[in-house]
Design a protein around this ligand. Structure first.
Ligand code: ZN
Length: 305
């Protein structure tokens, strides 16, 4: 009898031990699982923290933009109440004012004259003097030494002339930057040579402002010489018509334009993006709205489109 009791006690003890082991194992397992869970939760929290910081940055940026837009709106509102201002025009102006603060700043720092349209009524201030003028290498010139151009434009020009040379052509720069005073002298000498009406038609009124910018060149070849007569029937001219846009240059006064006399030699740098746009649309620079042109100013010296 006692032996039996002993046996059953033993089984109870074994059973209890088994239960205890199971409970301990379960507890151990759950603690491992919760540790894993905790780690993954912590990682998730860290991720959220980064996301929040990103949002804060974004928000600060948007707030800055908003402040600029509010200021612009204020200006437009004042203008609209001051005068009979076309409402749709205001709306258009507001919708255009969506550049980022960085773009606005960049725009503020860029030279507004570089893409301006010049005409008989709007031309460059006589005191305007371009920044960063540099000398053109003499082997690019037809005769006159000490020709200057804006430093930022030089690589585009030398690339273009190199491409022309490798196509077997002989382009030569006749004239690049001209100061207001120099332009005045040039006009006078042409008045003496050709008479007032002819001289004012092709020297002073149209090309002068563009040469004063330091972004514009007159191109000829050894056959036409510095007089550039007959340049429109040269292979150099045809090449420029086909390819100059790839280097950011446009023909300011093309044949049959409705404003100015034809100047096949006169090429102005406006940047690859704008020149390419004009080329693909078959458009003429002086037909484009100034405010549309201005959107190209920020990236004017970019080497890609
Ligand atoms: Zn010119």
């Amino acid at each position: 009898m006692r032996k039996n009791d002993d046996k059953s006690t033993k089984w109870v003890l074994v059973f209890l031990a088994l239960v205890l082991v199971t409970i301990l194992a379960a507890a151990l397992l759950s603690s491992v699982r919760s540790k894993e869970e905790m780690l993954s939760l912590r990682a998730e929290i860290d991720q959220q923290r980064v996301t929040i910081l990103d949002y804060e940055d974004l928000l600060a940026e948007k707030e800055e933009q908003l402040a600029v837009h509010k200021e612009l709106l204020g200006i437009f509102q004042r203008q609209s109440s001051n005068a009979a201002y076309d409402f749709s025009q205001i709306r258009q102006m507001v919708s255009q004012a969506t550049q980022t603060v960085e773009d606005l700043k960049k725009l503020e720092e860029s030279d507004g004259e570089l893409l301006a349209k010049y005409s008989k009524v709007y031309f460059l201030n006589e005191h305007y003097y371009p920044e960063n003028l540099t000398y053109l290498p003499n082997d690019l010139l037809i005769s006159e030494r000490n020709q200057q151009i804006k430093k930022e434009v030089l690589p585009f020009l030398t690339d273009m002339l190199a491409a022309m040379r490798s196509d077997g052509l002989s382009p030569r720069i006749v004239s690049a930057f001209r100061s207001f005073d120099y332009q005045g002298e040039l006009k006078n000498s042409n008045v003496v040579t050709y008479g007032t009406s002819v001289a004012s038609q092709f020297v002073a009124d149209q090309g002068y402002s563009e040469h004063q910018l330091g972004t514009t060149v007159d191109i000829a070849n050894p056959d036409t010489g510095a007089e550039m007569l007959g340049f429109d029937i040269t292979e150099e001219y045809q090449w420029l018509l086909d390819n100059a846009y790839k280097y950011g240059f446009i023909l300011s006064y093309p044949e049959d334009n409705s404003y100015y006399a034809f100047e096949p030699w006169h090429w102005r740098f406006v940047g690859i993006a704008l020149a390419t746009e004009l080329n693909s649309k078959g458009k003429y620079f002086y037909d484009m709205l100034q405010r549309d042109i201005n959107t190209y100013r920020i990236n004017m010296f970019d080497t890609t489109q």
